[in-house]
Design a protein around this ligand. Structure first.
Ligand SMILES: [Zn+2]
Ligand SMILES: [Zn+2]
Length: 251
C-alpha cells in the first residue's frame, strides 16, 4: 500500500460513515453526522398531533380516540406507536431502509422510536418484540428484513431506558411468512386482506403463550398486514399485541 492509499483508507475509516452519504439528499456524511444529515434529520415529519390509541396513526378530530380503520374493523391492537407521517422525508427514509441496502439506518430509526415507546404506558407489559417477517424469497433479494433491524433498535432503546423489567427479547424466529404475497401497492383493504389470509405461521407456539408482543413493521397504511399478523399471533395464544411502525398514513 502506498502512502496515498494508506491516507485514503485512514480517512474513510475515521471521517466518513460506511454508507458515505445522506440517503435523503446525497450530502457526504462524516462520522459525527450519524445516518442522516442534520438538515434532513431536522425535517423528519415526526407525528405530534393526536393519534389513534390502538395503532398510533394521526387523527385530526379531538373528540375521538380511534382512527377510522381501527373503529370500523375493530383491529386487534392493545396499543400502538407510529413515528413519522408517511410523506416527504418519512417516505424517503423508509425507501432507503428497504431498497438502498441501509440496515444500520433501520436500527438507528428504531432507537429513535424506542426512546418514545419507553414513555408509553404499555411498554412495561411487552415480553417479545416480533418484526413482521419477509418471505424467504424477498429476504434473499434484500439481504436483511428491514422490520427486524427497526425492531432491534427499538429493543436496544427500551432496554437502555430501563423501563421494562421483563427479559425483553427479539422473537423473529417465532413468526414466519409461509406464503409469498404480491406487492400490495395500489390495492384496497379488502383485496389486501384476501391476499394475506393464511400468509403467516407461528413457530414454537409454546414460546409465545400468554405473552404481550410488540409487532414491528415499516409502514402502516390500511393496517391489513398488521391485522393479519396480529390475528395469527392471537389465535396461537398470545395475550395481547401492540404495534410500532416507522411511518403511518393519516386516516
Ligand atoms: Zn440530508
Ligand atoms: Zn388506529
Amino acid at each position: 500500500m502506498n502512502l496515498k492509499q494508506i491516507l485514503l483508507t485512514f480517512l474513510e475509516n475515521n471521517l466518513f460513515l460506511k454508507n458515505g452519504t445522506c440517503p435523503i439528499c446525497g450530502k457526504v456524511l462524516f462520522v459525527t453526522d450519524r445516518f442522516l444529515c442534520r438538515q434532513c434529520e431536522d425535517e423528519l415529519p415526526i407525528i405530534n398531533n393526536p393519534t389513534c390509541e390502538k395503532c398510533g396513526r394521526p387523527i385530526f378530530r379531538q373528540d375521538r380516540q380511534l382512527c377510522t380503520p381501527c373503529a370500523k374493523h375493530n383491529l386487534p391492537f392493545a396499543g400502538g406507536y407510529a413515528h413519522l407521517r408517511y410523506e416527504a422525508i418519512g417516505k424517503n427514509l423508509v425507501h432507503a431502509i428497504k431498497f438502498k441496502d441501509r440496515p444500520h439506518l433501520g436500527i438507528w430509526v428504531g432507537t429513535q422510536m424506542g426512546q418514545v415507546i419507553a414513555k408509553k404506558s404499555w411498554v412495561k407489559e411487552i415480553d417479545l418484540i416480533i418484526p413482521v417477517p419477509l418471505h424467504p424469497n424477498r429476504l434473499e433479494e434484500r439481504g436483511y428484513n428491514q422490520s427486524e433491524k427497526i425492531a432491534q433498535g427499538i429493543m436496544e432503546a427500551i432496554t437502555q431506558a430501563g423501563v421494562n423489567k421483563k427479559a425483553l427479547t427479539l422473537g423473529s424466529q417465532y413468526l414466519i411468512r409461509s406464503r409469498d404475497t404480491p406487492h400490495q401497492i395500489g390495492q384496497g383493504r379488502e383485496e389486501r386482506l384476501r391476499n394475506l389470509t393464511g400468509a403467516f405461521t407461528v413457530k414454537q407456539i409454546e414460546a409465545i403463550q400468554n405473552k404481550t408482543v410488540l409487532l414491528v413493521d415499516d409502514v402502516l397504511t390500511t393496517g391489513a398486514t398488521l391485522a393479519e399478523t396480529g390475528a395469527t399471533l392471537l389465535e396461537a395464544g398470545v395475550a395481547q399485541v401492540c404495534i410500532a411502525t416507522v411511518c403511518a398514513v393519516a386516516e
